[in-house]
Structures are given as C-alpha cells and as structure tokens.
Design a protein around this ligand. Structure first.
Ligand code: FE2
Length: 432
C-alpha cells in the first residue's frame, strides 16, 4: 500500500488514463483464467500483461505498472471471497511489490542502456523480468507455505518447479506485447492471447497429468490392499508414514515423493502370489513362505515396463531387506539397501502394529515403538527408527497424516467383496 501511495503522490503530470485502463483490462482477462497447481499455488498468465505495462513507456511508470498490478490481477475467486480478505490483500501487495521491484531495475539500468542497443536491451529485459518473477513467486511460495504449514521447498517442488518455463516465457512475451502496442497499435495485443493461452494450457496439462498418475497409482494400491486382505488403506498409510519419516530425515522433496509412491505400491508383487497362500489363515509352511518371499521380485517385474514407475523399482524390490543382511530377496545389509526401502520397512511394520486387523487389535504406539527399537540394527536401520521416534515426539501421531495424496473415500474392493458375500447369490436364469 505504501508503494501505491508513494508512486501516486504527487500524481505524475501526464497520465494516459485510456492506456492505463487498457492494460488493466488485458490483465483482468488474463487473471480470469487461473490454474490451481498441486501445491495450492494458483498459476496465472498475468505476468505478461503486467510486464507489458512496465515496458510501455507511455504509461507514466512506476505509477502505471503499480496500479495495473493492483487492479488487473483481481481473479474471479477474489470476488467469490475464496481467499480470505487478507489473502486477497496479500496477493495484491505481492503483484504491486513485484512490479515496483522490476521498475527499480529498469530505472537503475536506464543510463546503461542506450536506446536500440540490442544486447543491453535484452539484458535489461531479463534482469527486470527475472526480478519480477523471483519476487512474485517467492512471496507466493512463502504465503502458501505459511497457509498450508508445508515447507517452502515442498510447495516449490509440487507447483512452481514444474511450470517454471511457462512462467519465465511470459517475460519476453510481456516486452513484445508492449512493443507491439506502441508500434502497431493496442488492438494487436489481442494476438498475444494465443501464446498466453498455450502457456495456461501447459499449466493445466501438468496438473491433470499429475492427478491422473496419482489416481492410477492409488487405484492400483487399493487393488493390492484388497487382494492382501489388509485393512482399508494399509498401503496409503504406509505411504504417508514413509513420506513423513523421509521429510523428518531432511530428504529432498523429489525423493520424498518417490518414497511415498513406492510406499503405495510396495506390495504390488503380491498380485503374483497365489490366493491360497496370500489368504491362508494359518501359518505358512516353508515352501509357502518361500513363494511369498518372491513378491518383491514380482513387484519389480510389474513396475519395470512403465517409464513413470521404473524409479520405484529398487525401493520396492528391497523393501524386505533387513539391516543386518538377513532379509530377502538379495540379503543386502546396511547402507547398500536403498534408503527408501529402509524407510518403507519401518513404516510398514509401524503401520501393521498400530492398526486393527481382523485377527488382532492394534498394539498402540508405545508398544510399536518398543518393538521397532528392539529390532533396530537387526531388522531396521536405527537412523530411520530414531527419525520416526523424533517425528512423533515433536509433532504427535497426527504428523503421519500430513500428505497431499488423495484421501480414501470409497468402498475398498475387500469391503465390497465382504458386502457381496453377505448378499444372496443372484443366479443367472439361463444357467438353470
Ligand atoms: Fe511386502
């Protein structure tokens, strides 16, 4: 607000109100089409028209660009009251500060850039646009991180990092829009809606593809739970716990996401284990146990053909390797077991002990941690067990629920099977 007052008092001598209204109008059209990204950040194509206002020399800047940034970036969700009033105010401030910062870059580099000198002009555009994009996105990331209580790195990894090219490409587009408006006429700016809509299309495609991918992985994981006879959402909870441990251990967000996905699909190989073994209510004999131990290898062969799922292969293949080398399938030990697998085995054991099963009640967090501590260094990596312990001590059991993975809100296959089994069988009339 202080910036708006500062640039408006005293008002610049010649304000071209029609020009100002024109850029506000163009920016409002662009702002009407935001795309919600997975991290909660809204991506828009308003960067280009706001920068166009900045580069338009007929606009009495910084007065012009600051007011275009203020009025032009109102989105339909602001009118619906979706972000609270302080959210709307923060977003306006974010745009105004970014616009003003970019103008400062133009102002201080003006003397160094002689008109028409291409190299210096390009450098100036890159510097002003770069400062604009950095300030704008940094403030947006910080706000979302505070709002969702998610680390900035995570919001970045989920949202902006994947569309950064679409955002940066708006910088030269903004400059071109200003040049065309000044040299050809304002009507020609309409043509720029095409590349801007393309940028928007790429944002929404990224979001859709990600949702499709996570939806498919989640459906697969549900199918495994159902076949395994585990309680509802076992793999889903393993995934959340593994992700929370990985984050507690300070792993990069990309790696955390990989571990969460591997947590969802760690037992996918059980599809290849015969039902009579998988569902046997009594103890498995030696031969049956041997067949059961093949499930990580089956998992590898199921995941390997898919390019998107291939990075999960080592994590899934080794999720039954024990820290002392007594596990399977390869008998790896210590740090030669992938860290993701060492995390998943702890999450798997903790989840199995702390949730109710058909054949026994949950043993509770304290006793589960006792068991994990007892078998650390033998079955589990002590560092991973310590991380889980520290996580629960500092943030409570609720910390294990924090995840962006979709909640399970449907009847699982196992529940459907039980329900149908209780209903009388519908006979096919032709079968006699
Ligand atoms: Fe397993």
């Amino acid at each position: 607000m202080l910036i708006l007052i500062r640039v408006s008092l005293p008002p610049p001598p010649e304000i071209d109100l029609i020009r100002l209204a024109f850029w506000i109008g163009v920016t409002l059209v662009a702002a009407a089409l935001p795309v919600r990204l997975p991290g909660g950040v809204h991506a828009t194509i308003t960067t280009a028209p706001v920068l166009a206002a900045l580069f338009d020399v007929g606009l009495a800047n910084p007065f012009g660009v600051c007011w275009v940034a203020f009025f032009g970036t109102f989105e339909p969700r602001d009118l619906r009251g979706e972000p609270k009033w302080y959210g709307t105010l923060f977003n306006r401030a974010d745009w105004v500060i970014s616009g003003y910062a970019a103008w400062l870059v133009l102002f201080f580099t003006r003397s160094a850039v002689t008109s028409g000198e291409p190299f210096a002009t390009v450098l100036q555009i890159v510097a002003a646009g770069g400062v604009f994009a950095i300030v704008n996105n940094l403030l947006g990331l910080l706000a979302n991180s505070l709002k969702t209580r998610t680390p900035v790195s995570r919001v970045w990894a989920l949202s902006v990092s994947n569309i950064v090219i679409g955002l940066v490409s708006q910088v030269p587009l903004g400059w071109l829009m200003a040049e065309i408006a000044m040299r050809v006429g304002q009507w020609a700016v309409v043509l720029f809606m095409v590349p801007l809509l393309l940028a928007r299309f790429s944002f929404s495609k990224y979001t859709e593809t990600r949702e499709l991918f996570f939806g498919s992985v989640s459906a697969l994981s549900q199918a495994i739970d159902a076949k395994d006879g585990f309680t509802r959402g076992h793999a889903d909870r393993v995934s959340r716990i593994a992700g929370a441990i990985a984050r507690e251990m300070g792993l990069a967000e990309k790696e955390v996401e990989l571990i969460e996905l591997a947590g969802l699909l760690h037992d996918i190989g059980k599809i290849g284990v015969e039902d009579r073994i998988l569902m046997k209510p009594s103890r498995l004999d030696d031969d049956e146990a041997e067949l059961m131990r093949r499930h990580p290898i089956y998992g590898k062969s199921i995941l390997e053909p898919s390019i998107a799922l291939r990075p999960l292969v080592p994590l899934v293949l080794h999720h039954h390797e024990n820290y002392d080398g007594s596990g399977y399938p390869n008998g790896l030990s210590g740090n030669s077991i992938p860290l993701g697998s060492r995390i998943i085995i702890v999450a798997d054991a903790y989840e199995a002990m702390t949730s109710d099963r058909v054949y026994r009640k949950a043993i509770g967090h304290e006793r589960a941690m006792d068991q994990l501590n007892r078998y650390k260094s033998r079955q589990f990596d002590p560092k991973v067990v310590r991380a889980l312990d520290a996580l629960i001590r500092s943030r409570g059991v609720a910390a294990l629920e924090a995840s962006d993975l979709p909640q399970i809100e449907y009847e699982t296959l196992a529940e459907l099977r039980r329900r149908l089994a209780a209903e009388p069988l519908i006979r096919d009339a032709h079968a006699g």
